[in-house]
Design a protein around this ligand. Structure first.
Ligand code: SAM
Length: 192
């Protein structure tokens, strides 16, 4: 049953609504691989997941998790910044998901930064198929994360409503630093 639980669960719920077996999707921040496994299960054996991370150790964790679940053959692991998304993925893709910040239990110095996040989100939006989604979980509980969330909100709020719908979800009673979920959907093409 649906549980109103956290920004990550909201993103997963939205992604589940649109991903179909056989789809191509992107995990822009693989981390420990939890989200990559979720995506690999959703796309099924005929689908494909591109998973990016700048940390080799994160990709090793992701690879081990995928192998354990028998999902590795449907995932390409990319050891590069998501700012280089379009060098690897030509699109169109059904979804691109971002879980910003640092690796839980990892080095907090290795975190997402607005300059690369902006480049990556912009490329992600350009790759989306009609009705495809881009989800971004942002963590404003520390100054750099709050600034990243603020800039992201400005970027997404300025998108053309003829091209995208943009949803911003946050838990009003969870305090100002609680994680937030942004979801962007490319509109279906206009009927002639
Ligand atoms: C919050 S964690 C992701 C958690 C992950 N989705 C999971 O299910 O475990 C954020 C990840 O983004 C990665 N990262 C930071 N900057 C990046 C960049 N420019 N490109 C790709 N990944 C990046 C970090 O190395 C870290 O592993």
């Amino acid at each position: 049953m649906f549980e109103l639980r956290s920004a990550r669960f909201l993103a997963a719920a939205h992604l589940s609504e649109v991903i179909e077996p056989g789809d191509t999707v992107v995990d822009a921040t693989a981390g420990n691989g939890h989200d990559t496994c979720f995506l690999a299960e959703r796309v099924g054996p005929a689908g494909h997941v591109w998973a990016f991370d700048v940390q080799a150790s994160a990709l090793q964790s992701t690879e081990a998790r995928l192998r354990e679940k028998g999902l590795l053959d449907r995932v390409t692991l990319v050891h590069a910044s998501h700012a280089r998304l379009r060098e690897f993925v030509s699109g169109p893709v059904r979804t691109v998901s971002f879980n910003l910040g640092w690796l839980p239990g990892g080095d907090k110095q290795i975190t997402t930064h607005w300059d690369s996040t902006e480049a990556a989100v912009t490329q992600a939006l350009s790759l989306l198929a009609p009705l495809g989604l881009c989800t971004v979980c942002a963590y404003p509980g520390h100054p750099a994360g709050d600034e990243e969330r603020r800039q992201l909100q400005l970027l997404l709020a300025a998108l053309r409503p003829q091209e995208f719908n943009v949803l911003h979800e946050r838990f009003l009673n969870a305090g100002p630093g609680a994680p937030e979920c942004f979801t962007v959907q490319r509109l279906r093409p206009a009927e002639r």
